[in-house]
Ligand binder design. Structure first.
Ligand code: GRG
Length: 290
């Protein structure tokens, strides 16, 4: 476990370093925009999606260097979505990772531009990566667009804004979280598999793993929200929004986390012998405390 932690930590550092390179903004007139972007990009994100991408790449023998643009693009999309999600006309959150939300520091105008700017740079870094063949870039960017767009995170967020209230039913809640959260996990695994040139059945297995794990991750996020420690979480706990806990209670939600984690594990049996890191990462994600 310690060796795995060291390895994941090294991946995180590598991602941080590359993100800095990809987001170096030299134009003096854009200093405020750059500051806003960097504020959210380097404020303690766990880098789960890029790390997951690199770990899946490992299964297919893809060297980390080759996946860097894709891994960083995933984190840029994630950060863009957090900035937007926190805005007053969306989730109206004041705190993120123990610090004031981006718009409270830089203003809603700048925060919105930071979000769209990051989202755009995500596609840019993949498309400009000299290490990836054009056919791979097309598949990767098309996958990213699919999971971010109308039938992905945008749709999930829409359903969240419009239907996440106390009379929500389980299938709607499931739709929201599959699209808002699990879809970027799916993209993180699938893009790595695409770069690794894997077969359709291998991609299907990774998709199933990521979807189930992403879903379990969201439920455990809700459990932490309801029961977690405010200092560890970096935001107030016990929000009054409907979620898995308000709908099913803590015990049933915990059971669901177990069930979806098990489904995730079962999905990647075909990689037996080279999936240890993937399984360990999965356990870490659903067992986390912040
Ligand atoms: C892509 C710009 C853009 C918009 C899409 C706003 C929006 C539409 C979607 C919101 C999606 C969202 C905020 C999902 C929540 C996902 C989630 C569980 C976040 C917490 O993830 P962690 O724990 O966060 O990985 P850290 O802080 O570690 O980065």
């Amino acid at each position: 476990v310690n060796q795995l932690k060291t390895e994941l930590y090294a991946m995180k550092n590598y991602v941080d370093q590359k993100l800095q390179e990809y987001l170096a903004i030299d134009e003096p007139l854009l200093k405020g925009l750059g500051d806003s972007i960097n504020y959210s990009l380097f404020s303690g994100g766990k880098r789960i999606r890029p790390i997951f991408c690199l770990v899946v790449g490992d299964i297919f023998g893809v060297p980390k260097e080759r996946l860097m643009s894709v891994a960083c693009a995933l984190e840029m999309i994630h950060t863009a979505s957090l900035i937007m999600d926190d805005l007053p006309h969306m989730d109206n959150e004041r705190m993120r990772r123990g610090k004031p939300a981006n718009h409270l520091v830089y203003g809603q105008d700048v925060a919105s531009l930071a979000s769209v700017g990051l989202l755009t740079r995500a596609y840019e870094v993949v498309l400009n990566d000299p290490g990836l063949p054009d056919a791979v870039k097309t598949k990767v960017t098309s996958k990213l667009a699919e999971v971010v767009g109308i039938e992905g995170m945008v749709g999930g967020q829409y359903a969240d804004l419009k239907y996440l209230n106390s009379s929500i039913e389980y299938p709607t809640l499931e739709y929201i979280h599959i699209h808002k959260t699990a879809s970027l996990f799916v993209a993180s695994g699938e893009t790595a598999a695409i770069v690794g040139g894997s077969s359709d059945s291998e991609i299907d297995a990774i998709r199933l793993f990521a979807r189930n794990l992403g879903f379990a991750f969201q439920i455990s996020d809700d459990i932490l929200d309801a029961t977690g420690d405010e200092a560890e979480m970096g935001k107030p706990v016990n929000s009054d929004k409907a979620n898995f806990i308000t709908l099913l209670g803590v015990e049933k939600s915990k059971e669901l986390v177990k069930r979806y984690t098990q489904d995730a594990i079962n999905a990647v049996k075909l990689f037996d012998g080279r999936n240890e890191k993937l399984l360990a990462l999965g356990q870490m994600l659903v067992g986390r405390r912040s």
